[in-house]
Design a protein around this ligand. Structure first.
Ligand code: PAF
Length: 281
C-alpha cells in the first residue's frame, strides 16, 4: 500500500494506474476519518469487488464538527489504521494534513439544501452536512474515483452525498455499505470507544428499540408519531437524552406520505457520547 500525504503525489500515483491509463478500470474510493473498525474494513473489501484500484483516505475534517463537538478528542490511530488497510488489500491511502487539504480557509463550500441538511442530524449539528459535502467534493476532485462507498450507518450522510453527486452529475457511482454490528447489535462506530463499561452494556438498547419500531410498522401499525414518542420515552426512562427517533422515507428522509420504503433513525446521548443508528423498514 502506498501512503500519500500530498495532493500532488496521490494524483501522480493514480494517473499512472491501469485504471486511469486504459480507461477501462475503476478507481474505487472509501473516505474515512480513521480509527478504523470492522465496518470500515468491510467497506474496503466491498470496494475491491467494485473496481481494480482501491483508494482509502484518512482525514479528520474540522469543517464538519461544530465548536464544542469532539473534533479535538476524535480518536486518531494512524499506525493501527495503516496496518488494517494494508491487511485489507487497499492500494493507496491518502492521509493529508490539515495544511495540505485546507492551505487557506475553505470559503467555497457545498451547501446542501435545508430540507436534506437541516433536519435530523442537521437540526442538532447545524453546518455538519455542509462540512461533509465540502470535504467529500474536494476529495472527489483529488482522487477522481469512478465509484465511492459510504456506510449506511450514517444514513443521512449517504442520502445527502448521493443527492449531491446526482445533482452535480458527477460521474461517480455511490455505493452503500451495510452497517456492521457487534454481537449484541450495537452499530460499530469510532465513538463507541468513548463509552464506559456500564454505558457499553446499555448501548445496544438503541438498536433493539429501532428493531421493535421496524417490526411494528412491518406488521401494519402505521402510527409513526406514536412509535417515535414511545421510543423516545423508553430512551429517556433508561437514562439517555434522545435527540430524535424518526420514521422517514428512505429516498429523501422526509415524513412518510405514501407507501415508499421507510427507514427509522435515532440519535441519542448516553453519558457524554452521542450515538446514531437506523434500520430500513
Ligand atoms: O463518514 C465519515 O467518516 C466522514 O463524514 C467522511 C465521509 C469521511 C467525510 O469526512
Amino acid at each position: 500500500m502506498q501512503i500519500h500525504q500530498s495532493i500532488a503525489t496521490i494524483r501522480e500515483a493514480l494517473s499512472g494506474t491501469p485504471a486511469a491509463l486504459s480507461g477501462a478500470g475503476r478507481i474505487v474510493f472509501v473516505p474515512t476519518m480513521g480509527n478504523l473498525h470492522a465496518g470500515h474494513i468491510a467497506l474496503m473489501q466491498q470496494a475491491r469487488a467494485h473496481g481494480n484500484v482501491v483508494v482509502a483516505s484518512i482525514f479528520v475534517n474540522r469543517l464538519q464538527f461544530r465548536p464544542g463537538e469532539d473534533f479535538e478528542k476524535y480518536p486518531r490511530t494512524f499506525a493501527a489504521d495503516c496496518e488494517k488497510l494494508l491487511a485489507a488489500g487497499v492500494d493507496h491511502l491518502f492521509a493529508p494534513s490539515e495544511a495540505e487539504l485546507y492551505p487557506e480557509p475553505q470559503q467555497y463550500v457545498i451547501e446542501p439544501p435545508a430540507k436534506h441538511a437541516s433536519i435530523l442530524e442537521g437540526e442538532f449539528r447545524p453546518g455538519h452536512f455542509c462540512g461533509v459535502a465540502t470535504v467529500v467534493m474536494k476529495l472527489f476532485a483529488i482522487i477522481q474515483p469512478q465509484a465511492a462507498l459510504f456506510g449506511k450507518k450514517d444514513f443521512q450522510q449517504f442520502m445527502v452525498l448521493s443527492a449531491m453527486v446526482r445533482e452535480f452529475a458527477l460521474p461517480i457511482e455511490i455505493i452503500p455499505g451495510e452497517t456492521v454490528r457487534a454481537a449484541d447489535g450495537l452499530a460499530l462506530s469510532s465513538r463507541n470507544g468513548f463509552l464506559s463499561a456500564t454505558e457499553r452494556a446499555e448501548a445496544p438498547r438503541l438498536f433493539h428499540l429501532l428493531q421493535r419500531v421496524a417490526t411494528t410498522i412491518r406488521a401494519g401499525n402505521l402510527d409513526y408519531t406514536k412509535h417515535e414518542a414511545a421510543a423516545k420515552a423508553e430512551l429517556q426512562d433508561s437514562g439517555w437524552i434522545p435527540d430524535y427517533v424518526a420514521v422517514r422515507k428512505r429516498i429523501d428522509l422526509q415524513s412518510p406520505t405514501d407507501r415508499s420504503p421507510l427507514v427509522v433513525l435515532a440519535a441519542a446521548r448516553l453519558g457524554n457520547t452521542r450515538l446514531i443508528d437506523n434500520i430500513e423498514i
